[in-house]
Structures are given as C-alpha cells and as structure tokens.
Design a protein around this ligand. Structure first.
Ligand SMILES: CCCCCCCC(=O)SCCNC(=O)CCNC(=O)[C@H](O)C(C)(C)COP(=O)(O)OP(=O)(O)OC[C@H]1O[C@@H](n2cnc3c(N)ncnc32)[C@H](O)[C@@H]1OP(=O)(O)O
Ligand SMILES: Cc1cc2nc3c(=O)[nH]c(=O)nc-3n(C[C@H](O)[C@H](O)[C@H](O)COP(=O)(O)OP(=O)(O)OC[C@H]3O[C@@H](n4cnc5c(N)ncnc54)[C@H](O)[C@@H]3O)c2cc1C
Length: 667
C-alpha cells in the first residue's frame, strides 16, 4: 500500500500501469488544480479529512450498495443519518462538515430533505421565537421534517394547490384539510417513513377569504412511537425509477388542528382576532426556499458531471480494445478520437459547471445574506431568473453527460458496479424536482423578454444582460481561440435568439392574440432563447473566471484550453443558431470544428490528471471502472464473487421448479 498524501484516496495499492503512465505524463500536478477548485490548501485539507474520516467508518461503507434491496438500503440510509448526528455530538461536526459528508454520500440519507429543505425553510421563514422553539428539536432529531408542497394534482402550478388551512378563531388554531384525491401531498422526500413533521404549504383561509399559500408546521407522527397522529394518513408512494433510498411519500390530513403559532410568520401572520398581516414587499417570500434549493442543484449538477467524467476517463485509460495501428498492441480506448470526443468536451463542461456553481452560490448568498437582510429586493428577479435557468440548463447537460459517459464504457457501463447507472437514475430526478425544467426555462424567458423590451426602449437591463445593449459587429471571429471574440459570438447569438422570441411575441399580439395565447404559441422559441442566454452566460462566466485566476502557468494553460474547448463545443452543438444569427459563417464553423479536434489532441495527455483533480474518494464514486488505482477487472471479479446471486452454487429455484418437472417428465 502506498500513501498518497496529495489525493483524497490515502492508501492506494499497485496502480494499473496505463493509468500510472497517464499520471506521469501530465503537464501539471493534479493536487495543485484541486487546491484551485476547492479554494486553497486549508479548505482542501479540511474536505479530505472529513471525507476520509467518514469512509473509515464501516457504517458509511458503500461497497455492497448495488446489491442491497430497497429495505436494506433504507436501513443503511437511516443508520448513516443517525451516525452523522452522532458525529455532531461526538466530533463537534457543524453544518459545514455535514454538508461535505452529505455530498460525499450523494445525499443517500433518510433525512436528506430534513437537512436540505426543512431546516433551511425554518431559518428563512420562521420568526426568531419559532426558530428558538423548533431548531433545537430539529438539530437533535426529536423533530425530523420534510417539505410538503407538491400535490397529486398539482406540482408546478402553486396557485392551484388545494390543501387548506382554515383559521378557527374560537380555538386559535388552523384546521388542515386535504381535498381528495388531487389535493393529497405527493412526493415529499422522507414523508413515507422517516419524518415526524412536515412543512406543509396550504391555502390560508380566514373568514372564507383566501390569502394564497402559506407554510405551516404540521406534526405527522408521535415522536416516541412514530405512529400516525389522529387525522393524519401517510405512506410511501411506491417504486420509482431511481434506486435511491428516499422514501418519497403521500399525506392526507382530515381536520387536523394545529396551533396558530405553527404558521411560519417571519413575513406574514394571522393575529388571534383573525387579521392577516403581511410585511410590504414580501409577496414572494414563500418562494425563497425554492430559489435556495435551485441554486444548490446547480452544484449537484456539477457533482454528477464531474463524477461521471472521472469514472469514464479513468476507464478509458485502463481499457484496451480493438486495433488502431495494424498489428500493434490493442490501444487504450481513450486513444480513439471518437472516444476523446465523448470524454474531453465533457471534462471541459465539468470545469465550466464548477465555475457556474461557484457563481450561482455566491450570487445567492450575496442577495440573501446581504441585500435582502437590509430590505433591498432589487436583485431578486434576476436571482430568480438565473436560479431557475441555471438549474434547468445545468441538470439537462449533466444528465446528457452521465449517459454519454455510461455508453462510453461499453457493456460494463450497463453494470451497477460502473457507478454510472446510479448517477444516471438518481440524477434524473433533478430535471423534474424543484421545478420541471421546461417550466423553469420559461420563467427565465419571462425575465429575458422584459429586459429585452427595456433595452429596446433605451432603458436599463439587469447585470447579466448587458450584452443586449452592446454593439457587436457580426462575423468578427478572426481567431477561433480568441476569448473576447468568442464571447462576442455567444452574445450575438443570444441577442438574436432573444430578438426572435420578442419579434414573434409582438407579431402574435399584433395578430390579435391575448398575451397568454401569444406566450403559449411562441413558447418553443422562448425556451430556445433562454437556453441561448444560459449557454452564453455559462461559457462567458467560464472564460472570465479563468482569465482572472492568478495561478501557476501550467494550470492556467490547461484551464484556458478547457474554456476554449467548452466554447467551441457549445457552438458546434447549436451550430444552426450561430449560423442563423450570423454570429459565425460556414467557413468559421469549419474552422471551429477543426480547432475542436486539435484541442482534443492537446488535452488528451492531461485527461486523467484533469479528472483526478476533482479529488473524489473511491467510495463516493463507488465504481469498479473509475477506481483511483485503475484495477478494474480485479474489482469487478471481487464484487461478482460477493454478489448474493452467487452465494449458493445451485439456486433453490432449480430444486423448486426444474427438478420436479424433470422428475415428472421422466415418468
Ligand atoms: C438534494 C435535492 C433535494 C431536492 C428535493 C426536491 C424538493 C421539491 O421538489 S419541492 C417542490 C418544488 N416545487 C416547485 O419548484 C414548483 C415549481 N413552480 C413554481 O416555482 C411556480 O409556480 C412558478 C415559478 C412556475 C410560477 O409562479 P407563479 O407565482 O405561479 O406564477 P408567475 O405568474 O409565473 O410568477 C409571478 C411572479 O413571481 C415571480 N416569481 C416566481 N417564483 C419566484 C421566486 N422563487 N422568487 C422570486 N420571484 C418569483 C415571477 O418572476 C413573476 O414575476 P413578474 O410578475 O414580475 O414577472
Ligand atoms: C425525485 C423527486 C423528488 C421530489 N421531492 C419533492 C419534495 O421533497 N417536496 C415536494 O413538495 N415535491 C417534491 N417533488 C415534486 C416536484 O417538485 C414536482 O414533480 C415538480 O415540481 C414538477 O411538477 P409536476 O410533477 O406537477 O409536473 P407537471 O407540471 O405536471 O409537468 C408535466 C408536463 O407539463 C409541462 N408543463 C406544466 N406546466 C407548464 C407550463 N406552465 N408551461 C409549459 N409546460 C408546462 C411540463 O413541462 C411537463 O412536460 C419531487 C419530485 C421528484 C421526481
């Protein structure tokens, strides 16, 4: 066993020689790149220590995960949740360590929604008194909660939610009711078996008048026995595409009384006399949790993408197949240019998503922690638009990448042991939850159209839309590697696509359509406009971030290549829009395609080092194909020997069905 201090995988056995050769030939030290990605040595060291501690505890061992039944996995997920809670007491772990641990475990915890949504919503929407009462209970798991918003009949359309909270003045309580069947809460994570409480969104009704949806803390189960309380019916909604452990559940409430204090009242409240009061300017405050979670899903998209490329790239270096040079040894599959085209642009994307999630999280914190606390709401529309758009754009791209990586591993990519199937199946939820992606692109489009109209009338635009008023000449791409010129190309295309959406909208309106009809008629174009803007925003953010990094020249050099490749690849992926907008001409497209292939060759020697830099622990990847030591075949055989199907040499079904039949047939 060798000690690898510069990797999260501390003890590594003999490394596969092909993988070692890749590492020896890299142009930079991956440890240096890790420090750039993680924000310096202190943070990187802290993350390594937390993750190493985590995986040195057998409770968190992931190795048999793919052979476990749903019940066994739930058992382990609950065990993991409780062990982490113990760490808070025993090791003094704080939210920071818990967050690192949750990411390393792919949120495979029975209490994930408790941590990701329940507690943060209380922090954002509850008064200081409510927080003082509930947060200590939540921290000690006396109260385990979920976020119950979606209903069987409605998820997207929050205005149509049916659950009611009717104020009863005589008892100073709200009476919670579920209209059946479409008003049943459906989907909340952990609701099925794991939670004692839920933050339930419901229409507040006072004296027969509705005040829109508000958030209420409802106790579901007895905290000692975990039995349902009177008037409550909860359960798991049944098998889902993902093998994830989360017990997504349903909830029915029949005349459930909760105290008046259980309405989260930081921004609005109901007085004991039944008067509804709301602080001015806080109409969308109840939507705040969604913005926060959407921003963090951009990070999740980065995690999924970078893990998938790590697995597929290491495997690409280890796997030898077919013939390249006639008569020579089988090549590493990563030497096929078509294989490089599957992997290297996606490595570039993973780096691009890294800088996107850094931007998204920091913008979210700036607006929430600094501006809103001071009563400044000016940036909220842009934050809403970007958190919707980037959540959709990044999860869409990340799921495409995971599938490309899975296929790039050939047959072995179809095995759970690849680690890629679970990344795909668990990740797929991200394009739907926290706002279905098409719906979110259209939210972004709404903001874009408003800004476009403002720009055309000589007004001010939001920060991220300054390109609308910039004057870019067309076809100015003289050098396909020149970043400012590439940025101009993206801006021209995005502006053109926004213009297409706006022109179509105004034509529909001129033709007598109502606003809502025009919107629906042109919604395909509007989604295109959003995607063009997000493509541009992400590529330009990547270029700007890399250009301003003050780092070792060899790191800068490889990052510059990556952001160029990312930009070129995005242009090729939507070539017709770039051509149509005259941001480029056909000759330039040809040059871009050639430049892309040249960049593949230039980045090929660094491919393994680039994915090593993400510094994933083997247990997080949980992949026989993507192991740090590259001993793929040994690990696959080892796992197969321990596969429960191989526990008995003759399966009981043989004796149960085949043998009796054979005996009868002999007669
Ligand atoms: C590890 C990860 C675990 C993840 C677990 C997943 C948990 C979940 O899925 S929880 C459930 C999530 N549910 C959703 O996301 C529902 C999606 N739907 C919505 O968000 C809304 O209904 C939405 C945005 C589509 C439409 O909002 P709605 O108010 O009905 O209509 P709309 O008329 O379009 O918007 C009104 C205004 O509010 C603004 N607005 C909407 N949402 C927000 C927001 N979050 N913040 C600020 N402003 C907002 C709009 O921009 C619009 O502004 P303007 O009028 O100035 O243009
Ligand atoms: C794995 C998972 C976990 C979840 N966890 C939770 C949770 O913890 N708590 C919770 O409350 N919810 C949760 N949800 C629910 C989730 O938030 C909703 O499923 C999601 O918001 C989408 O809503 P929907 O299911 O109603 O889809 P629908 O809105 O019915 O979407 C169906 C189709 O209609 C289209 N569509 C709908 N409206 C429009 C529109 N205005 N314009 C154009 N097209 C439209 C969509 O694009 C889509 O193609 C979870 C869902 C999943 C899959």
């Amino acid at each position: 066993m060798a000690l690898v201090e510069s990797s999260i995988n501390l003890e590594v056995g003999k490394v596969n020689p092909d993988l070692q050769k890749e590492r020896d030939g890299a142009s930079f030290n991956p440890n240096d790149m890790t420090l750039v990605l993680l924000g310096g040595p202190k943070r990187a060291q802290h993350r390594r220590e937390v993750v190493r501690q985590l995986f040195s505890d057998p409770v968190f061992n992931q190795e048999m995960r793919y052979s476990q039944s749903k019940t066994e996995r739930y058992d382990q997920a609950m065990h993991q949740s409780i062990r982490l809670a113990e760490y808070m007491i025993e090791k003094g772990w704080t939210d920071k360590e818990m967050q690192t641990a949750a990411v390393a475990l792919h949120y495979d915890l029975a209490t994930a929604v408790h941590a990701v949504m329940f507690v943060p919503t209380i922090l954002r929407l509850a008064t200081p008194e409510q927080q003082a009462e509930w947060l200590p209970q939540a921290a000690s798991f006396k109260m385990i909660g979920t976020y119950a918003q979606t209903e069987l009949g409605h998820g997207t359309n929050l205005k149509a939610l049916e659950t009611t909270a009717t104020y009863d003045r005589s008892s100073e309580c709200f009476i919670m009711n579920t209209p059946l069947p479409s008003g049943m809460k459906w989907w909340p994570g952990g609701l099925g078996k794991s939670t004692t409480h839920a933050l339930v969104t419901a229409n507040l009704i006072v004296d027969g008048q509705s005040h829109g949806f508000q958030v209420f803390l409802v106790q579901l189960r007895d905290v000692e026995t975990f039995e349902e309380l009177p008037g409550i019916e909860v359960g798991d909604i049944g098998p889902r595409i993902s093998v994830s452990v989360t017990d997504n559940g349903y909830l029915i409430m029949r005349n459930v009384k909760i105290p008046r204090n259980n309405m989260l009242s930081k921004y609005c409240t109901v007085t004991s006399e039944g008067k509804f009061l709301r602080q001015e300017g806080t109409a969308k405050s109840n939507y705040g949790t969604m913005m926060m979670v959407r921003a963090s899903i951009v990070d999740l998209a980065f995690q999924n993408t970078s893990q998938a490329v790590t697995i597929a790239t290491r495997y690409g270096a280890v796997r030898r197949q077919s013939e390249l040079k006639p008569g020579a040894k089988e090549p590493q599959i990563i030497d096929f240019v078509t294989q490089q085209y599957k992997l290297i642009p996606n490595i570039a994307l993973a780096y691009g998503l890294h800088f996107t999630k850094e931007y998204m999280l920091s913008y979210y914190h700036q607006v929430f922690e600094e501006e809103i606390q001071k009563g400044v709401y000016d940036s909220v529309p842009e934050l809403h638009s970007q958190s919707c758009g980037l959540k959709a754009y990044c999860t869409d791209l990340s799921m495409d990448t995971v599938e490309v990586c899975r296929r790039s591993c050939g047959g072995h990519g179809f095995m759970m042991a690849s680690g890629l199937c679970s990344l795909l199946m668990d990740g797929l939820g991200s394009v739907t939850y926290e706002g279905e992606n098409t719906v979110l692109y259209l939210q972004t489009a709404r903001f874009l159209m408003k800004n476009y109209a403002a720009a055309m009338q000589g007004g001010r635009t939001a920060r991220s839309l300054a390109f609308l008023t910039a004057n870019h000449p067309t076809c100015e791409l003289l050098d396909v590697f020149n970043l400012p010129q590439l940025q101009a190309v993206f801006d021209v295309r995005a502006k053109f696509m926004l213009e297409c959406g706006a022109v179509r909208m105004s034509e529909s309106l001129k033709n007598g359509r109502q606003q809502y009809e025009a919107w629906n008629e042109n919604s395909v174009e509007l989604v295109r406009a959003s995607k063009a803007y997000l493509d541009s925003f992400t590529a330009v953010n990547f270029m700007k971030r890399v250009s301003t990094l003050d780092i070792k020249p060899e790191l800068k050099d490889v990052l510059m290549k990556l952001c160029r490749l990312h930009a070129l690849h995005r242009i090729v992926s939507s070539a017709e829009e770039f051509l149509q907008s005259m941001a480029i001409n056909t000759k330039q497209l040809e040059d871009i395609r050639s430049a892309e292939i040249k960049l593949l060759a230039s980045l090929r020697p660094d491919a393994v080092a680039l994915v090593d830099s993400f510094d994933y622990h083997d247990q997080t990847l949980n992949s026989a194909l993507g192991r740090y030591d590259g001993n793929v075949y040994e690990k696959m055989y080892d796992l197969t020997k321990r596969n429960p199907m191989n526990e008995q040499s003759v399966h009981p079904a043989i004796h149960k069905y085949l043998k009796p039949f054979q005996a009868k047939a002999r007669l």
